[in-house]
Design a protein around this ligand. Structure first.
Ligand SMILES: Nc1ncnc2c1ncn2[C@@H]1O[C@H](COP(=O)(O)OP(=O)(O)OP(=O)(O)O)[C@@H](O)[C@H]1O
Ligand SMILES: [Mg+2]
Length: 486
């Protein structure tokens, strides 16, 4: 736009008629000299010769406007700035203004400033909404994901990163299939797709895999995102974490199972115990009253078997009876050291390295000393067996190692016993605490050690867990509350 009078006279506002922006022609004090049809339909401009542009500004913007016009008439050819204006119904408009100086003749008092006014209200609102949405989406604790029409992820929030264990960069552009656990049928996903692509929400409970392979369960809701013409733009997925709940349910089932087996076992032990005692007594009487070496020998075998059954019965009874013993303030480290001493003198343990790191500041716990020691011994004997089995499989270079570790965390004492033995296959991890589960040769193990240990730890309001990897080793983690509520 040239700044001489000839061109100014040529400026025909009819040219700007149906432009999306509003055009105004002002004189140097801001009086409105001309405007286009968009300006007329948007703002309260009357065509009155004396009307000043300030009259259609929001009060807080008057000063900025006056500054701009002073700068412009002072020689700046074009200025861009944002102000608030009032439309015909007094609504505030976010206006982006480009101001041009058309004529710089000081004598010229007529029109010489052109304003191009762009209504940014909706665009600014959209940008603001987007910022707000992003802020909320980033800060909610609900994992959130948005996919495009092809099902590729285009947005995920931080909660989703935490939940899945993946980073944003690893997920954007990927299909959510990468969380697939393979546990659900194709039909489930087909149903989901047919629901959401027809514009409906889909809700289901799914089992997913984290990056590290762990399972996470979520209550998943996927809904379509529509544009203003009701066309689907993409989909958003909300996950509600069910992992904690599922794990609790699993634990509860496991606990109930153990309890019912315990009750059953105690009943059987009681019923079998009495006749067994009679058989044992009778065998001794016969043995004493005969000189026949054949009979004496066979009775010896019978007594051996009876002892074996008695030991099993004692274990069964121990599982369900710990609460009958008197609790005493117990030094758990001392117990652990004694258990280690008992196990390491065994013939099988002679080549194994035992290490321990025990926290000497542990408080004393209300326990039954003999029983807690029995738990440690059971676990340590298993560790020795596992290390030996590993050594048999991997040759003479292998050095077995067993570690004991105790520490206080919040109001619990945690004892970890680990070995570098042959480990436990994942599919068997939840069986090892069951009674009579053993992988040892017939006559070598009864499969009651861990079951009894589990019962004892539970009776002290504690917990016992296992972590293991095949051919790497196993850790048993025992937690005991410092102040159990009985
Ligand atoms: N540290 C370990 N490493 C590898 N496997 C283990 C370990 N501890 C336990 N297991 C597995 O768990 C099974 C059950 O152990 P548990 O102590 O209950 O019975 P057991 O040792 O077989 O017999 P026992 O009644 O004589 O203790 C074992 O047979 C073994 O397969
Ligand atoms: Mg055992």
């Amino acid at each position: 736009m040239a700044d001489n009078q000839t061109n100014l006279l040529l400026l025909d506002f009819a040219l700007f008629r149906d432009m999306p922006e509003s055009y105004f022609l002002l004189d140097k004090v801001g009086t409105i000299r001309d405007f286009n049809s968009t300006a007329h339909s948007t703002y309260n401009v009357s065509g009155d010769k004396e009307q000043n542009f300030i009259g259609i500004l929001a009060p807080e913007s008057v000063l900025s406007f006056e500054h701009a016009i002073i700068r412009c008439t002072g020689g700046e050819k074009s200025i861009v700035f944002q102000i608030h204006m009032k439309d015909r119904s007094d609504r505030i408009i976010d206006a982006r203004i480009k101001m041009f100086l058309l004529n710089n003749d000081p004598e010229e008092t007529e029109a010489r400033v052109l304003l191009v006014v762009e209504d940014r209200t909706e665009a600014n609102m959209n940008a603001m909404n987007l910022t707000r949405f992003k802020y909320v989406a980033e800060h909610v604790s609900t994992p959130l994901q948005i996919t495009d029409l092809a099902g590729k992820m285009i947005f995920i929030n931080s909660a989703f990163e935490n939940e899945s264990g993946y980073l944003k960069e690893e997920l954007l552009g990927q299909n959510p299939r990468i969380f697939g656990s393979g546990k659900h049928s194709q039909k489930l996903w087909d149903n989901m797709w047919s629901s959401i692509s027809s514009g409906k929400s889909w809700i289901g409970e799914v089992e997913n895999r984290r990056k590290n392979g762990d399972t996470f369960y979520s209550h998943l809701q996927i809904s379509p995102i529509f544009d203003s013409d009701k066309k689907i733009l993409g989909y958003f997925g909300l996950h509600r974490d069910l992992t904690g709940q599922r794990n609790l349910e699993k634990q509860l089932i496991q606990t109930q199972k153990m309890e019912s087996i315990g009750t059953l076992a105690a009943g059987v032990a009681h019923e079998v115990g009495n006749p067994l005692a009679s058989i044992s007594a009778l065998a001794q009487i016969i043995q004493r009253s005969t000189k026949d070496t054949f009979i004496i020998e066979k009775l010896e075998l019978i007594k051996k078997q009876i002892n074996r059954i008695s030991k099993i019965i004692r274990d069964l009874v121990d599982f369900s009876r710990p609460s009958n013993y008197e609790l005493k303030s117990t030094d758990i480290n001392l117990n652990l050291r004694e258990a280690l001493d008992i196990v390491r003198v065994g013939k099988k343990a002679k080549d194994i390295i035992f290490k321990y790191s025990l926290d000497d500041s542990l408080p004393k716990l209300p326990l039954v000393s003999d029983q807690i020691q029995q738990v440690f011994v059971n676990i340590l004997i298993n560790a020795v067996d596992a290390v030996i089995e590993m050594k048999e499989g991997s040759g003479s270079d292998f050095i077995g190692e067993i570690n004991a570790y105790s520490v206080m965390k919040k109001d619990e004492v945690i004892i970890t016993l680990s070995d570098n033995g042959k480990g436990i296959a994942e599919k068997n991890l939840n069986k090892i605490f069951e009674p009579f589960y053993t992988t040892k040769a017939v006559g070598k193990g009864t499969g009651l050690g861990l079951w009894v240990s589990y019962g004892i730890i539970k009776s002290f309001q504690g917990d016992i867990h296992v972590q293991s990897q095949e051919n790497q080793g196993t850790s048993f983690i025992i937690t005991l509350p410092v102040n159990p509520v009985y």
